[in-house]
Design a protein around this ligand. Sequence first.
Ligand code: NDP
Length: 275
Amino acid sequence: MNSLLAAATLHNGVKMPWLGLGVYKVQEGEEALQAVKAAIKAGYRSIDTAALYQNEESVGQAIKESGVPREELFITTKVWNEDQRNDSVLEAFETSIQKLGLDYVDLYLIHWPVKEKYKQTWKVLEQLYKEGRIRAIGVSNFQIHHLEDLQSIAEIKPMVNQVELHPLLAQAELRDYCRKQEIQIEAWAPLGQGRLLEHPVLKEIAAKYNKSTAQVILRWDIQNGIVTIPKSVKESRIIENAAIFDFSLTETDIQKINALNEDKRFGGDPDHFTF
Ligand code: NDP
């Protein structure tokens, strides 16, 4: 696990890089284009977008302009809640793929577990997977009870569960469950949306390794077997966030970071969301 090419192996054998670029709230157009190009130039091979982010066209353009062969990249997008409610999951997938300018996506996720809908949505994802339009299918913001409920109808187990996860929301129980089920955990808001970077304990650990707080958090992710997708639109930070393969946290420091957990969410609660 010592480079940006280092990858987790999903339960269907597909390799997914441990580190990727997240592009939530990155503006369609120049901002998204430049951020994704900077990331690919810095060696990133995984990009996490969503229909909701409204920047799939720029992500697609950046992929083309990067000159990196398609098969070397790992592209994730997600089906939004409204499309689950409207039974338009298939159309949503076609729209995403067309905007991205791709023939297939590497990972397609159910963005949130919309009640009474996500099982039906899963069936559509399974179909697309069987047709070879998606290399891996997964979910996002699923709690253990959602995963168990999904199992009652699933022919294919999700390969990934992307959830809010950072030192203040360590998700120990969910991680343990997913490890046993061979569902790869992926952290969204790994940096607590930027709010964790001044945390005194993390700063102290970072100083010891001569690394930034962001790098320590991201290293904590990958040493814990968590795929991570920090977002930045600044080239220097995109480069900084990837420089995490040249050091290791000691077990004691990992435990110190584990002890920061407060079960604190910055984003929505998967059991009580209204969007
Ligand atoms: P992050 O935890 O990645 O934090 C991003 C913030 O941190 C931005 O404000 C960024 O600012 C700042 N930042 C990044 N790197 C550094 C650094 N080295 N030093 C200082 N500041 C830094 O939050 P996100 O919410 O963006 O989560 C990451 C990704 O997860 C998203 O982009 C998206 O792809 C995904 N996601 C998925 C969700 C889901 O429901 N499935 C929900 C939310 C996010 P700047 O850009 O100015 O550098």
